[in-house]
Design a protein around this ligand. Structure first.
Ligand SMILES: *[C@@H]1O[C@H](CO)[C@@H](O)[C@H](O)[C@H]1NC(C)=O
Ligand SMILES: *[C@@H]1O[C@H](CO)[C@@H](O)[C@H](O)[C@H]1NC(C)=O
Ligand SMILES: *[C@@H]1O[C@H](CO)[C@@H](O)[C@H](O)[C@H]1NC(C)=O
Ligand SMILES: *[C@@H]1O[C@H](CO)[C@@H](O)[C@H](O)[C@H]1NC(C)=O
Ligand SMILES: *[C@@H]1O[C@H](CO)[C@@H](O)[C@H](O)[C@H]1NC(C)=O
Length: 471
Protein backbone atom coordinates (compact mmCIF):
# COMPACT_ATOMS: atom_id res chain seq x y z
CA UNK A 1 0.00 0.00 0.00
CA UNK A 2 2.60 2.47 1.19
CA UNK A 3 4.92 1.32 -1.52
CA UNK A 4 2.21 1.92 -4.11
CA UNK A 5 1.56 5.35 -2.70
CA UNK A 6 5.18 6.39 -2.99
CA UNK A 7 5.47 5.03 -6.48
CA UNK A 8 2.52 7.04 -7.69
CA UNK A 9 3.72 10.07 -5.77
CA UNK A 10 7.03 9.92 -7.53
CA UNK A 11 5.30 9.49 -10.86
CA UNK A 12 3.09 12.47 -10.21
CA UNK A 13 5.99 14.58 -9.07
CA UNK A 14 7.87 13.73 -12.24
CA UNK A 15 4.84 14.69 -14.27
CA UNK A 16 4.67 18.05 -12.60
CA UNK A 17 8.35 18.63 -13.07
CA UNK A 18 8.31 17.75 -16.75
CA UNK A 19 5.12 19.51 -17.69
CA UNK A 20 5.23 22.70 -15.68
CA UNK A 21 8.31 24.63 -16.54
CA UNK A 22 10.08 26.07 -13.58
CA UNK A 23 10.54 29.74 -14.29
CA UNK A 24 11.51 32.52 -12.00
CA UNK A 25 8.56 34.55 -10.86
CA UNK A 26 8.16 37.81 -12.71
CA UNK A 27 6.44 40.92 -11.48
CA UNK A 28 3.45 42.16 -13.48
CA UNK A 29 3.23 45.93 -13.80
CA UNK A 30 0.04 45.96 -11.80
CA UNK A 31 -2.86 43.61 -11.23
CA UNK A 32 -6.18 43.86 -9.56
CA UNK A 33 -7.29 40.25 -9.36
CA UNK A 34 -11.04 40.26 -8.73
CA UNK A 35 -11.40 39.05 -5.11
CA UNK A 36 -14.91 37.75 -5.79
CA UNK A 37 -13.67 35.64 -8.66
CA UNK A 38 -11.03 34.03 -6.43
CA UNK A 39 -13.34 33.59 -3.43
CA UNK A 40 -16.06 32.00 -5.63
CA UNK A 41 -13.66 29.14 -6.43
CA UNK A 42 -15.23 28.42 -9.82
CA UNK A 43 -12.00 27.66 -11.58
CA UNK A 44 -11.78 26.08 -14.98
CA UNK A 45 -9.81 22.83 -14.96
CA UNK A 46 -7.79 24.22 -17.88
CA UNK A 47 -6.28 26.79 -15.57
CA UNK A 48 -4.81 24.22 -13.20
CA UNK A 49 -1.28 24.59 -14.53
CA UNK A 50 -1.49 28.35 -14.09
CA UNK A 51 -2.74 27.69 -10.55
CA UNK A 52 0.34 25.59 -9.82
CA UNK A 53 2.49 28.47 -11.05
CA UNK A 54 0.68 30.84 -8.69
CA UNK A 55 1.58 28.58 -5.78
CA UNK A 56 5.17 28.39 -6.96
CA UNK A 57 5.42 32.14 -7.29
CA UNK A 58 3.94 32.51 -3.83
CA UNK A 59 6.70 30.25 -2.53
CA UNK A 60 9.40 32.01 -4.51
CA UNK A 61 8.40 35.43 -3.27
CA UNK A 62 8.07 34.14 0.28
CA UNK A 63 11.70 33.07 0.22
CA UNK A 64 12.72 36.71 -0.27
CA UNK A 65 10.76 38.02 2.74
CA UNK A 66 9.88 39.28 5.22
CA UNK A 67 10.47 42.89 4.34
CA UNK A 68 10.79 46.04 6.41
CA UNK A 69 11.94 49.59 5.68
CA UNK A 70 14.02 49.33 8.85
CA UNK A 71 16.26 46.88 6.98
CA UNK A 72 18.00 49.81 5.34
CA UNK A 73 21.44 50.56 6.71
CA UNK A 74 21.01 54.26 5.96
CA UNK A 75 18.96 56.42 8.32
CA UNK A 76 16.57 58.90 6.62
CA UNK A 77 17.06 62.68 7.17
CA UNK A 78 14.36 62.61 9.88
CA UNK A 79 16.52 60.28 11.93
CA UNK A 80 13.57 57.85 12.00
CA UNK A 81 14.34 54.40 10.58
CA UNK A 82 10.61 53.84 10.11
CA UNK A 83 10.46 56.42 7.34
CA UNK A 84 10.53 54.99 3.83
CA UNK A 85 13.51 56.33 1.91
CA UNK A 86 14.66 55.85 -1.68
CA UNK A 87 17.22 57.71 -3.77
CA UNK A 88 17.10 58.78 -7.42
CA UNK A 89 19.31 56.15 -8.91
CA UNK A 90 21.04 58.31 -11.52
CA UNK A 91 22.12 61.30 -9.44
CA UNK A 92 25.73 61.88 -8.48
CA UNK A 93 27.36 64.28 -6.00
CA UNK A 94 29.51 67.18 -7.16
CA UNK A 95 31.58 68.11 -4.10
CA UNK A 96 33.85 70.63 -5.84
CA UNK A 97 32.34 73.63 -4.11
CA UNK A 98 32.10 71.96 -0.71
CA UNK A 99 35.84 71.46 -0.84
CA UNK A 100 36.33 69.57 2.41
CA UNK A 101 38.91 66.79 2.46
CA UNK A 102 37.29 64.99 5.39
CA UNK A 103 33.75 65.04 4.04
CA UNK A 104 31.87 62.07 5.51
CA UNK A 105 29.46 60.03 3.38
CA UNK A 106 26.50 61.43 5.34
CA UNK A 107 27.69 65.00 4.82
CA UNK A 108 28.27 64.33 1.15
CA UNK A 109 24.57 63.33 0.88
CA UNK A 110 23.60 66.55 2.63
CA UNK A 111 25.95 69.24 1.37
CA UNK A 112 27.10 68.33 -2.15
CA UNK A 113 24.76 69.30 -4.97
CA UNK A 114 23.58 66.23 -6.89
CA UNK A 115 23.50 66.17 -10.68
CA UNK A 116 21.84 63.77 -13.12
CA UNK A 117 23.86 61.37 -15.21
CA UNK A 118 22.84 58.41 -17.36
CA UNK A 119 24.56 55.81 -15.20
CA UNK A 120 23.20 54.42 -11.97
CA UNK A 121 25.01 55.58 -8.87
CA UNK A 122 25.96 52.32 -7.13
CA UNK A 123 25.43 53.79 -3.66
CA UNK A 124 21.67 53.88 -4.33
CA UNK A 125 21.38 50.14 -4.84
CA UNK A 126 21.11 48.98 -1.22
CA UNK A 127 18.91 51.87 -0.14
CA UNK A 128 16.46 51.21 -2.98
CA UNK A 129 16.55 47.47 -2.37
CA UNK A 130 15.15 48.05 1.13
CA UNK A 131 12.44 50.40 -0.14
CA UNK A 132 11.39 50.30 -3.81
CA UNK A 133 12.23 46.67 -4.51
CA UNK A 134 11.21 45.43 -1.08
CA UNK A 135 7.75 46.95 -1.49
CA UNK A 136 7.26 45.37 -4.91
CA UNK A 137 8.31 41.95 -3.64
CA UNK A 138 6.10 42.40 -0.60
CA UNK A 139 3.09 43.20 -2.79
CA UNK A 140 3.65 40.16 -5.01
CA UNK A 141 4.11 37.92 -1.97
CA UNK A 142 0.92 39.24 -0.35
CA UNK A 143 -1.10 38.78 -3.56
CA UNK A 144 0.14 35.32 -4.60
CA UNK A 145 -0.05 33.94 -1.08
CA UNK A 146 -3.58 35.32 -0.71
CA UNK A 147 -4.65 33.62 -3.93
CA UNK A 148 -2.74 30.52 -2.82
CA UNK A 149 -4.69 30.44 0.42
CA UNK A 150 -7.86 29.92 -1.63
CA UNK A 151 -6.70 27.69 -4.48
CA UNK A 152 -4.38 25.33 -2.62
CA UNK A 153 -6.16 22.10 -1.79
CA UNK A 154 -4.15 21.43 1.33
CA UNK A 155 -1.97 23.53 3.57
CA UNK A 156 -4.00 26.65 2.77
CA UNK A 157 -3.31 28.22 6.12
CA UNK A 158 0.40 28.35 5.40
CA UNK A 159 -0.34 30.65 2.48
CA UNK A 160 -2.65 32.95 4.40
CA UNK A 161 -0.20 33.04 7.30
CA UNK A 162 2.55 34.15 4.93
CA UNK A 163 0.43 36.84 3.36
CA UNK A 164 -0.70 38.17 6.72
CA UNK A 165 2.72 38.04 8.37
CA UNK A 166 4.26 40.13 5.56
CA UNK A 167 1.56 42.75 6.03
CA UNK A 168 2.18 42.74 9.77
CA UNK A 169 5.92 43.16 9.46
CA UNK A 170 5.81 45.95 6.90
CA UNK A 171 2.84 47.95 8.22
CA UNK A 172 2.02 47.03 11.80
CA UNK A 173 4.86 45.60 13.89
CA UNK A 174 5.99 48.46 16.19
CA UNK A 175 9.65 47.50 15.71
CA UNK A 176 9.54 47.14 11.94
CA UNK A 177 6.66 49.17 10.61
CA UNK A 178 6.84 51.83 7.95
CA UNK A 179 5.52 55.26 8.89
CA UNK A 180 2.55 56.17 6.66
CA UNK A 181 4.36 58.76 4.55
CA UNK A 182 6.65 59.04 1.55
CA UNK A 183 8.53 62.13 2.70
CA UNK A 184 11.81 60.65 1.53
CA UNK A 185 10.80 58.73 -1.58
CA UNK A 186 12.96 59.33 -4.65
CA UNK A 187 15.27 61.84 -2.94
CA UNK A 188 17.71 63.66 -5.14
CA UNK A 189 19.97 64.38 -2.12
CA UNK A 190 22.18 67.42 -1.65
CA UNK A 191 21.15 70.79 -0.20
CA UNK A 192 18.07 70.99 -2.45
CA UNK A 193 17.18 67.33 -2.37
CA UNK A 194 16.47 66.50 1.26
CA UNK A 195 12.77 66.02 0.67
CA UNK A 196 11.52 63.28 -1.61
CA UNK A 197 10.32 63.93 -5.14
CA UNK A 198 6.59 63.75 -5.87
CA UNK A 199 7.29 61.15 -8.55
CA UNK A 200 8.35 58.81 -5.74
CA UNK A 201 4.69 58.19 -4.98
CA UNK A 202 4.69 55.91 -8.02
CA UNK A 203 6.89 53.54 -6.01
CA UNK A 204 3.92 52.38 -3.96
CA UNK A 205 1.79 51.69 -7.03
CA UNK A 206 1.75 48.01 -6.03
CA UNK A 207 -0.81 48.96 -3.40
CA UNK A 208 -3.22 47.74 -6.06
CA UNK A 209 -1.83 44.22 -5.62
CA UNK A 210 -1.88 44.57 -1.84
CA UNK A 211 -5.51 45.71 -1.92
CA UNK A 212 -6.35 42.76 -4.12
CA UNK A 213 -4.61 40.41 -1.64
CA UNK A 214 -6.35 41.91 1.40
CA UNK A 215 -9.76 41.80 -0.30
CA UNK A 216 -9.20 38.16 -1.25
CA UNK A 217 -8.43 37.37 2.39
CA UNK A 218 -11.57 39.25 3.44
CA UNK A 219 -13.86 37.76 0.77
CA UNK A 220 -12.63 34.24 1.48
CA UNK A 221 -13.25 34.82 5.20
CA UNK A 222 -9.74 33.88 6.21
CA UNK A 223 -9.57 33.32 9.97
CA UNK A 224 -5.88 34.19 9.90
CA UNK A 225 -6.55 37.68 8.62
CA UNK A 226 -8.04 38.71 11.95
CA UNK A 227 -10.20 41.78 12.72
CA UNK A 228 -7.23 43.22 14.65
CA UNK A 229 -4.99 43.04 11.62
CA UNK A 230 -7.75 44.40 9.43
CA UNK A 231 -8.23 47.36 11.78
CA UNK A 232 -4.47 47.94 11.80
CA UNK A 233 -4.32 48.00 8.00
CA UNK A 234 -7.32 50.32 7.82
CA UNK A 235 -5.76 52.72 10.32
CA UNK A 236 -2.43 52.71 8.48
CA UNK A 237 -4.02 53.29 5.10
CA UNK A 238 -6.24 56.07 6.44
CA UNK A 239 -3.16 57.92 7.70
CA UNK A 240 -1.33 57.38 4.44
CA UNK A 241 -4.35 58.58 2.43
CA UNK A 242 -4.28 61.73 4.55
CA UNK A 243 -0.59 62.19 3.78
CA UNK A 244 -1.25 61.64 0.06
CA UNK A 245 -4.01 64.23 0.00
CA UNK A 246 -2.59 66.88 2.31
CA UNK A 247 1.11 66.77 1.47
CA UNK A 248 2.88 68.79 -1.21
CA UNK A 249 4.18 65.68 -2.94
CA UNK A 250 0.75 64.06 -3.19
CA UNK A 251 -0.84 67.28 -4.38
CA UNK A 252 1.75 67.62 -7.13
CA UNK A 253 1.64 63.96 -8.21
CA UNK A 254 -2.15 64.10 -8.41
CA UNK A 255 -1.80 66.68 -11.19
CA UNK A 256 0.24 64.38 -13.43
CA UNK A 257 -1.63 63.52 -16.59
CA UNK A 258 0.40 60.58 -17.90
CA UNK A 259 1.06 57.15 -16.34
CA UNK A 260 2.07 58.90 -13.09
CA UNK A 261 -1.43 60.33 -12.85
CA UNK A 262 -3.07 57.02 -13.75
CA UNK A 263 -1.08 55.23 -11.07
CA UNK A 264 -1.86 57.96 -8.54
CA UNK A 265 -5.59 57.35 -9.05
CA UNK A 266 -5.14 53.57 -9.06
CA UNK A 267 -3.16 53.70 -5.81
CA UNK A 268 -5.65 56.01 -4.13
CA UNK A 269 -8.62 53.86 -5.21
CA UNK A 270 -6.83 50.74 -3.93
CA UNK A 271 -6.27 52.40 -0.54
CA UNK A 272 -9.90 53.47 -0.43
CA UNK A 273 -10.99 49.89 -1.03
CA UNK A 274 -8.76 48.75 1.83
CA UNK A 275 -10.32 51.27 4.23
CA UNK A 276 -13.81 50.22 3.07
CA UNK A 277 -14.50 53.57 1.46
CA UNK A 278 -16.17 52.12 -1.61
CA UNK A 279 -17.82 55.39 -2.57
CA UNK A 280 -14.48 57.15 -2.29
CA UNK A 281 -12.93 54.59 -4.64
CA UNK A 282 -15.78 54.99 -7.10
CA UNK A 283 -15.35 58.78 -7.02
CA UNK A 284 -11.59 58.52 -7.56
CA UNK A 285 -12.04 56.20 -10.54
CA UNK A 286 -14.93 58.18 -12.04
CA UNK A 287 -12.91 61.38 -11.75
CA UNK A 288 -9.97 59.74 -13.49
CA UNK A 289 -11.97 58.36 -16.41
CA UNK A 290 -13.86 61.61 -16.89
CA UNK A 291 -10.79 63.81 -16.92
CA UNK A 292 -7.23 62.55 -17.39
CA UNK A 293 -8.20 59.42 -19.27
CA UNK A 294 -10.06 61.51 -21.84
CA UNK A 295 -6.75 62.81 -23.19
CA UNK A 296 -4.63 59.69 -22.90
CA UNK A 297 -5.47 57.67 -26.03
CA UNK A 298 -5.80 59.02 -29.57
CA UNK A 299 -7.85 57.69 -32.48
CA UNK A 300 -5.13 55.22 -33.52
CA UNK A 301 -4.79 53.77 -30.02
CA UNK A 302 -1.49 55.58 -29.44
CA UNK A 303 -0.89 57.19 -26.04
CA UNK A 304 0.86 60.46 -26.91
CA UNK A 305 1.39 61.47 -23.28
CA UNK A 306 3.71 58.51 -22.81
CA UNK A 307 6.11 59.59 -25.53
CA UNK A 308 9.59 59.50 -24.28
CA UNK A 309 12.67 59.62 -26.44
CA UNK A 310 13.99 56.14 -25.80
CA UNK A 311 11.39 53.94 -24.14
CA UNK A 312 8.04 54.78 -25.70
CA UNK A 313 6.84 51.21 -25.62
CA UNK A 314 7.81 50.88 -21.98
CA UNK A 315 5.65 53.85 -20.96
CA UNK A 316 2.73 52.84 -23.16
CA UNK A 317 2.73 49.51 -21.40
CA UNK A 318 3.10 51.09 -17.95
CA UNK A 319 0.05 53.26 -18.43
CA UNK A 320 -1.97 50.31 -19.69
CA UNK A 321 -0.90 48.42 -16.58
CA UNK A 322 -2.20 51.26 -14.41
CA UNK A 323 -5.55 50.91 -16.11
CA UNK A 324 -6.26 47.97 -13.78
CA UNK A 325 -8.43 50.76 -12.42
CA UNK A 326 -11.10 49.45 -14.71
CA UNK A 327 -11.30 46.25 -12.69
CA UNK A 328 -11.30 48.06 -9.37
CA UNK A 329 -14.20 50.13 -10.69
CA UNK A 330 -16.23 47.01 -11.39
CA UNK A 331 -15.40 45.56 -7.98
CA UNK A 332 -16.30 48.80 -6.19
CA UNK A 333 -19.60 49.04 -8.05
CA UNK A 334 -20.66 45.89 -9.83
CA UNK A 335 -23.74 47.51 -11.30
CA UNK A 336 -21.83 50.36 -12.94
CA UNK A 337 -21.18 50.60 -16.61
CA UNK A 338 -17.79 49.23 -17.36
CA UNK A 339 -15.02 51.64 -18.26
CA UNK A 340 -13.58 49.13 -20.69
CA UNK A 341 -15.67 50.81 -23.37
CA UNK A 342 -15.02 54.40 -22.26
CA UNK A 343 -13.98 56.44 -25.27
CA UNK A 344 -11.48 59.30 -25.03
CA UNK A 345 -12.13 62.66 -26.62
CA UNK A 346 -10.13 61.52 -29.63
CA UNK A 347 -11.94 58.22 -29.95
CA UNK A 348 -9.52 55.84 -28.26
CA UNK A 349 -10.36 53.04 -25.84
CA UNK A 350 -8.31 50.78 -23.57
CA UNK A 351 -8.75 48.04 -26.14
CA UNK A 352 -7.54 50.18 -29.01
CA UNK A 353 -4.51 51.13 -26.91
CA UNK A 354 -3.76 47.46 -26.16
CA UNK A 355 -4.09 46.67 -29.88
CA UNK A 356 -1.77 49.52 -30.79
CA UNK A 357 0.85 48.54 -28.21
CA UNK A 358 0.62 44.95 -29.40
CA UNK A 359 1.22 45.95 -33.01
CA UNK A 360 4.21 48.07 -31.98
CA UNK A 361 5.66 45.25 -29.91
CA UNK A 362 5.37 42.83 -32.80
CA UNK A 363 6.68 45.33 -35.35
CA UNK A 364 9.73 46.05 -33.24
CA UNK A 365 10.06 42.45 -32.19
CA UNK A 366 11.45 43.60 -28.90
CA UNK A 367 11.02 40.34 -27.02
CA UNK A 368 14.71 39.54 -27.05
CA UNK A 369 16.27 42.96 -26.99
CA UNK A 370 13.70 45.20 -25.33
CA UNK A 371 13.41 45.69 -21.61
CA UNK A 372 10.82 42.98 -21.25
CA UNK A 373 8.00 45.05 -22.64
CA UNK A 374 6.56 42.24 -24.68
CA UNK A 375 6.37 40.24 -21.46
CA UNK A 376 4.74 43.10 -19.62
CA UNK A 377 2.13 43.39 -22.32
CA UNK A 378 1.00 39.75 -22.03
CA UNK A 379 -1.29 40.12 -18.99
CA UNK A 380 -2.86 43.20 -20.59
CA UNK A 381 -3.51 41.39 -23.85
CA UNK A 382 -5.00 38.51 -21.86
CA UNK A 383 -7.24 40.97 -20.00
CA UNK A 384 -8.47 42.45 -23.30
CA UNK A 385 -9.09 38.98 -24.75
CA UNK A 386 -11.03 37.81 -21.71
CA UNK A 387 -13.15 40.95 -21.77
CA UNK A 388 -13.86 41.38 -25.46
CA UNK A 389 -13.38 37.90 -26.83
CA UNK A 390 -10.94 37.00 -29.55
CA UNK A 391 -12.93 36.13 -32.70
CA UNK A 392 -10.02 36.58 -35.08
CA UNK A 393 -7.53 35.03 -32.63
CA UNK A 394 -5.20 38.03 -32.74
CA UNK A 395 -4.72 37.98 -28.96
CA UNK A 396 -4.13 34.27 -28.83
CA UNK A 397 -1.64 34.56 -31.68
CA UNK A 398 0.22 37.32 -29.88
CA UNK A 399 0.35 35.43 -26.60
CA UNK A 400 1.57 32.27 -28.27
CA UNK A 401 4.28 34.17 -30.05
CA UNK A 402 5.32 36.01 -26.89
CA UNK A 403 5.25 32.93 -24.72
CA UNK A 404 4.31 29.45 -25.92
CA UNK A 405 3.68 28.42 -22.31
CA UNK A 406 1.33 31.29 -21.54
CA UNK A 407 -1.36 28.92 -20.29
CA UNK A 408 0.89 28.17 -17.33
CA UNK A 409 1.17 31.80 -16.31
CA UNK A 410 -0.71 33.32 -13.38
CA UNK A 411 -2.46 35.86 -15.59
CA UNK A 412 -4.03 32.98 -17.55
CA UNK A 413 -5.62 31.84 -14.30
CA UNK A 414 -7.58 35.03 -13.66
CA UNK A 415 -8.20 36.19 -17.23
CA UNK A 416 -10.74 33.57 -18.23
CA UNK A 417 -12.14 32.91 -20.66
CA UNK A 418 -9.33 34.04 -22.88
CA UNK A 419 -10.99 33.36 -26.20
CA UNK A 420 -14.53 34.44 -26.74
CA UNK A 421 -17.44 33.62 -24.52
CA UNK A 422 -18.83 35.55 -21.65
CA UNK A 423 -16.72 38.32 -20.27
CA UNK A 424 -14.48 38.10 -17.26
CA UNK A 425 -16.85 40.29 -15.38
CA UNK A 426 -19.72 37.89 -15.98
CA UNK A 427 -17.98 35.07 -14.16
CA UNK A 428 -20.89 34.75 -11.81
CA UNK A 429 -22.91 33.47 -14.77
CA UNK A 430 -20.54 30.51 -14.75
CA UNK A 431 -21.92 29.00 -17.94
CA UNK A 432 -20.08 31.15 -20.43
CA UNK A 433 -19.43 29.74 -23.86
CA UNK A 434 -15.79 30.71 -23.66
CA UNK A 435 -13.42 27.99 -24.65
CA UNK A 436 -10.12 29.12 -23.24
CA UNK A 437 -7.25 27.85 -25.22
CA UNK A 438 -4.37 26.31 -23.44
CA UNK A 439 -1.08 24.74 -24.19
CA UNK A 440 -0.74 21.02 -23.84
CA UNK A 441 2.32 19.17 -22.70
CA UNK A 442 3.86 19.06 -26.15
CA UNK A 443 3.71 22.82 -26.36
CA UNK A 444 1.06 23.09 -29.06
CA UNK A 445 -2.13 24.98 -28.68
CA UNK A 446 -5.19 22.90 -28.23
CA UNK A 447 -8.21 22.59 -26.11
CA UNK A 448 -7.87 19.92 -23.52
CA UNK A 449 -9.94 16.90 -24.36
CA UNK A 450 -9.51 13.15 -24.40
CA UNK A 451 -6.01 12.23 -23.28
CA UNK A 452 -5.19 15.88 -22.67
CA UNK A 453 -7.98 16.12 -20.18
CA UNK A 454 -6.86 12.94 -18.47
CA UNK A 455 -3.31 14.23 -18.15
CA UNK A 456 -4.68 17.39 -16.70
CA UNK A 457 -6.72 15.49 -14.14
CA UNK A 458 -3.61 13.57 -13.11
CA UNK A 459 -1.73 16.84 -12.94
CA UNK A 460 -4.38 18.38 -10.78
CA UNK A 461 -4.00 15.53 -8.33
CA UNK A 462 -0.31 16.18 -8.45
CA UNK A 463 -1.14 19.64 -7.20
CA UNK A 464 -1.32 18.08 -3.76
CA UNK A 465 2.34 17.16 -3.92
CA UNK A 466 3.29 20.60 -5.04
CA UNK A 467 1.43 21.90 -2.05
CA UNK A 468 3.16 19.61 0.41
CA UNK A 469 6.27 21.65 -0.30
CA UNK A 470 4.35 24.55 1.20
CA UNK A 471 5.36 28.15 1.43
C1 LIG B 1 14.53 42.52 6.89
O1 LIG B 1 13.71 42.56 8.03
C2 LIG B 1 13.03 41.37 8.31
C3 LIG B 1 12.08 41.62 9.44
O2 LIG B 1 12.75 42.04 10.56
C4 LIG B 1 14.04 40.28 8.60
O3 LIG B 1 13.40 39.07 8.91
C5 LIG B 1 14.91 40.10 7.37
O4 LIG B 1 15.89 39.14 7.60
C6 LIG B 1 15.54 41.40 6.97
N1 LIG B 1 16.18 41.23 5.67
C7 LIG B 1 17.37 41.65 5.42
C8 LIG B 1 17.88 41.42 4.03
O5 LIG B 1 18.07 42.19 6.25
C1 LIG C 1 30.75 70.84 -10.16
O1 LIG C 1 30.60 72.07 -9.46
C2 LIG C 1 31.49 73.10 -9.90
C3 LIG C 1 31.28 74.32 -9.05
O2 LIG C 1 30.84 74.06 -7.81
C4 LIG C 1 31.22 73.41 -11.33
O3 LIG C 1 32.13 74.38 -11.77
C5 LIG C 1 31.34 72.16 -12.17
O4 LIG C 1 30.96 72.43 -13.50
C6 LIG C 1 30.45 71.09 -11.63
N1 LIG C 1 30.69 69.85 -12.36
C7 LIG C 1 29.69 69.13 -12.89
C8 LIG C 1 30.09 67.90 -13.63
O5 LIG C 1 28.53 69.47 -12.76
C1 LIG D 1 34.84 69.51 7.09
O1 LIG D 1 35.98 69.02 7.74
C2 LIG D 1 36.01 69.22 9.13
C3 LIG D 1 37.33 68.72 9.65
O2 LIG D 1 38.35 69.21 8.90
C4 LIG D 1 34.85 68.56 9.80
O3 LIG D 1 34.86 68.85 11.19
C5 LIG D 1 33.57 69.03 9.19
O4 LIG D 1 32.47 68.32 9.72
C6 LIG D 1 33.61 68.87 7.68
N1 LIG D 1 32.40 69.42 7.08
C7 LIG D 1 31.61 68.68 6.31
C8 LIG D 1 30.44 69.42 5.75
O5 LIG D 1 31.81 67.54 6.08
C1 LIG E 1 -18.80 47.28 -24.67
O1 LIG E 1 -19.85 47.74 -25.51
C2 LIG E 1 -20.49 46.71 -26.27
C3 LIG E 1 -21.45 47.36 -27.22
O2 LIG E 1 -22.31 48.20 -26.54
C4 LIG E 1 -21.15 45.76 -25.30
O3 LIG E 1 -21.75 44.72 -26.03
C5 LIG E 1 -20.10 45.17 -24.37
O4 LIG E 1 -20.71 44.35 -23.42
C6 LIG E 1 -19.32 46.27 -23.68
N1 LIG E 1 -18.20 45.64 -23.01
C7 LIG E 1 -17.88 45.91 -21.75
C8 LIG E 1 -16.73 45.17 -21.19
O5 LIG E 1 -18.47 46.73 -21.10
C1 LIG F 1 -26.57 29.97 -19.28
O1 LIG F 1 -27.61 29.86 -18.39
C2 LIG F 1 -28.78 30.56 -18.77
C3 LIG F 1 -29.80 30.47 -17.64
O2 LIG F 1 -29.69 29.25 -16.97
C4 LIG F 1 -29.32 30.00 -20.07
O3 LIG F 1 -30.46 30.71 -20.47
C5 LIG F 1 -28.25 30.12 -21.10
O4 LIG F 1 -28.66 29.53 -22.30
C6 LIG F 1 -26.97 29.45 -20.64
N1 LIG F 1 -25.93 29.69 -21.59
C7 LIG F 1 -25.14 28.73 -21.99
C8 LIG F 1 -24.11 29.13 -22.96
O5 LIG F 1 -25.21 27.60 -21.58
Amino acid sequence: MVHEFFRSSILLTLLVICCVQVQAASSYINEFVDPKFIAAKQFDIRTNLAGITILRWANQYSKKGPWSVTNSTVIPPSGDRHDYMSWMSNTWPNCTAVNNVTLTEENKWKFCPYVHRIETNPDTVNVNAASVHAFNDLANAVLYNAIGSVIARINNDAYSRSSVSYLQTWFLDPEKRMNPNLNYAQMKRGPKGQLGHYGGILQLRAFVKIASGILILRESKSSIYTPDIDQGMIAWCNQYIQWLRAGVQGARESLSVNYHGTFYSAQLAALQLIVNDRQGAINTIDAFFNSKFMNQIDSTGEQPLEWNTTHVQHYRTLNLGALSLVRMAKYANSTSNSYWNKTTSQGGTIQSAVDFAMTQALANNNSATGPGDLRHLEPLVAAAASTFGDPDKKYETFLLQADPTYAQKPYFFWNQPLSGGSSFEDHNGKNGTGRPRAVNASGRVGEFDGIGRLVLLVLSSALAIELLLGP
